[in-house]
Design a protein around this ligand. Structure first.
Ligand SMILES: NC(=O)C1=CN([C@@H]2O[C@H](COP(=O)(O)OP(=O)(O)OC[C@H]3O[C@@H](n4cnc5c(N)ncnc54)[C@H](OP(=O)(O)O)[C@@H]3O)[C@@H](O)[C@H]2O)C=CC1
Ligand SMILES: [Cu+2]
Length: 457
């Protein structure tokens, strides 16, 4: 069997499994089972006209097929479960695997698996495989480490299904009794779960800064100077919002890291769990960073567009070629502002590229953490500097603070500046040494316990 996933033990004496339903999942699952060394028999409503099946599989009526195997995998949608009642006598004492998913949450009062159990009380229903897809089963070993959730009330039945999943190269996560089936069934309905928080942050920040700048720029000009500059919403305002959101999100990638370090220093141990929110935040750093990169990219595109737009709108200015008095200091400022921005963006792109799985898999852990941590903080430093250079001497000019509010870019400097200052403190030799010891497993003993290690909770 050359097609068998590497390292998988074949089942003993070519065990026979039964699959109800010859649809997409039934066929793909059957094919994988045959490749793994099982024998497969399909139970179908139309055994003589059910279309092409994986070579080596048999097909017969539901009743006949059920009699032959100890495990029956039900690859039929829940809406059609009523046919099962007719097969009930043949299913007595068998393991029934429910693989079904819902198209929507809360469609039925009870989970599909519990419903199946209520139809066939004499069988042991196990919920499994609903997180794999027909596609991933067909496209084989690349997805071999997909997790499957398992739940059921009978231990032996669960064990049988666990072995099956393991032989298919899937890793199994036991979720307990059949009452957990509802949760397991809702699982595949989650769309991009790790993107949700980053997307919410991006949307929230964009909306906030859009309205903030709308009031400060457009509405202010209208009210105080009686000027209509609403056309600026499309390019100028957008090109202020995007870099602001990008910088804040980039700094949010690095804030949980320093917070975790501070927590470890404060607790004097690395063996205590971080609070859930911090864990959750750390887990979506990659998505935060990629979104930040997207916003930075928009900022670059808009910035490149602005000179073209002026050339088209105000050709007279270009033609007359008016030049202001040349000032070396301000030339230094604008040139460093652009240069730092370009370098920051280049590193930003590098960070994005190294976070791609194909690239990061080619790096050693040390290389990856060097790029993501050292270069990441350097990127944050350059982008923050870029923003400070943009403000330059405007920080001290009272006219900057229209209606007593600071401009958007000043507001957005708060988080990155805090992160950078904290990071700077972390790399001070004395702090760095303590942190290094803690990360190697050293624990600070409590004030009362002289020399004794605190008991782990
Ligand atoms: N497709 C996927 O990637 C995944 C699917 N699932 C779940 O697997 C189950 C099957 O999905 P899928 O294979 O995509 O669906 P399909 O529609 O492709 O196949 C369903 C099969 O069910 C049988 N069937 C249809 N109507 C009836 C009926 N009235 N009575 C008895 N049997 C019937 C048919 O087989 P026959 O004609 O031979 O009787 C049919 O081929 C669903 O519960 C789904 O939620 C779970 C994870 C992934
Ligand atoms: Cu910029």
């Amino acid at each position: 069997m050359s097609l068998r996933p590497l390292g998988m033990e074949p089942p003993p004496e070519r065990e026979l499994l039964c699959i109800f339903g010859t649809g997409d999942l039934g066929r793909s699952l059957g094919q994988r089972l045959l490749q793994t060394g099982y024998r497969v028999v399909y139970g179908s409503r139309r055994p003589h006209s059910c279309g092409p099946l994986p070579p080596g599989a048999q097909v017969m009526s539901h009743t006949e097929a059920a009699q032959l195997a100890a495990v029956v995998i039900v690859c039929v949608h829940r809406e059609h479960y009523d046919f099962m009642e007719e097969v009930a006598p043949q299913l007595k004492g068998k393991v029934l695997v429910d693989v079904s998913n819902n198209s929507k949450k809360g469609l039925y009062p009870e989970s599909n698996a519990e419903f199946l159990q209520s139809l066939i009380p004499a069988a042991s229903v196990v919920k499994a495989f609903n997180t794999v897809s027909a596609w991933s089963l067909q496209n084989g070993p690349s997805d071999a480490h997909r997790q499957v959730f398992l739940c059921g009330d009978k231990a032996e039945a669960k064990q049988a299904v666990r072995e099956l999943a393991t032989r298919l190269g899937l890793s199994v996560l036991d979720r307990g009794s059949l009452s957990a089936a509802r949760e397991v069934e809702d699982f595949p309905l989650q769309l991009f779960p790790e993107w949700r928080l980053p997307l919410c942050i991006a949307t929230g920040l964009t909306a906030f800064f859009f309205f903030y700048l709308l009031i400060r720029d457009v509405i202010y000009a209208y009210v105080e100077q009686d000027k209509d500059i609403s056309f600026r919403i499309m390019v100028s305002l957008a090109n202020k919002v995007f870099p602001i959101v990008s910088l804040i999100m980039l700094s949010l990638c690095y804030l949980p890291g320093v917070m975790a370090a501070i927590l470890q220093l404060y607790r004097g141990t690395k063996y205590r769990r971080f609070p859930d929110w911090l864990d959750h935040w750390m887990l979506c750093r990659k998505q935060l960073g990629l979104l930040a990169l997207g916003f930075a990219f928009l900022h670059v595109l808009y910035t490149l567009l602005i000179p073209i737009r002026y050339a088209v709108q105000h050709p007279s200015i270009i033609r007359e070629n008016k030049t202001a008095v040349f000032d070396t200091t301000s030339a230094w400022r604008t040139d460093s502002y652009f240069s730092v921005g370009i370098l920051g963006f280049a590193l930003y792109v590098l960070l994005g590229i190294t976070s791609l799985p194909s690239v990061s898999n080619a790096l050693s852990w040390r290389e990856f953490s060097f790029v993501q941590s050292k270069l990441g903080h350097l990127t944050l430093l350059l982008c923050t500097l870029h923003t400070y250079l943009y403000g330059w001497n405007k920080f001290l000019r009272p006219s900057t603070y229209k209606w007593c509010t600071p401009p958007g870019y000043m507001l957005c400097l708060v988080v990155p500046s805090v992160v950078l200052v904290l990071k700077l403190l972390m790399v001070l030799p004395c702090v760095d040494r303590s942190l290094g010891r803690i990360r190697q497993g050293w624990e600070r003993t409590g004030p009362e316990g002289e020399g004794t290690k605190p008991l782990m909770a």
